[in-house]
Design a binder for this molecule. Structure first.
Ligand SMILES: [Zn+2]
Length: 130
């Protein structure tokens, strides 16, 4: 069997999917979402970078899961999002996740947050293009 060992540094994206359940209300919205209600949120954390020739990886999936669990999921799962954000729209939650993870996650490239299965927002950081 031939052995392939990639020694060049190709760029790749790595995505990990997370879930949490939370309550929120939108205090500036005129409609049903003004009232307290809940969602089963889903979000993807995307990291971009060069594949390390020694490890063959951009990042360690397990380490990424640990960081997101400690910094994000522990603060939002089965909680009221208005305790963290005054106006917890999907856009503001995605930005909060980014700002919470950015100092601890090298190569953070994108947060994609689904509030309901067919509606999501994508944030690529302060220099991103939406
Ligand atoms: Zn809602």
């Amino acid at each position: 069997m031939a052995t392939i060992d990639y020694t060049d540094r190709r760029r790749m994206r790595l995505d990990v999917e997370f879930y949490f359940a939370a309550a929120h209300r939108l205090p500036r919205y005129e409609g049903p979402c003004f009232r307290m209600h809940g969602h089963n949120y889903k979000f993807f954390v995307t990291v971009e970078g060069e594949v390390d020739p020694a490890t063959g990886m951009i990042a360690d999936f397990g380490e990424l899961k640990r960081v997101v669990g400690e910094l994000v999921l522990a603060k939002v799962d089965h909680r009221t999002l208005n305790d963290t954000l005054e106006n917890p729209t999907a856009e503001n939650i995605a930005r909060w996740i980014w700002e919470t993870l950015a100092p601890s996650l090298a190569g953070l490239a994108e947060i994609r947050l689904y509030e309901i299965p067919d509606c999501c927002v994508t944030y690529r950081g302060p220099g991103g293009r939406g």
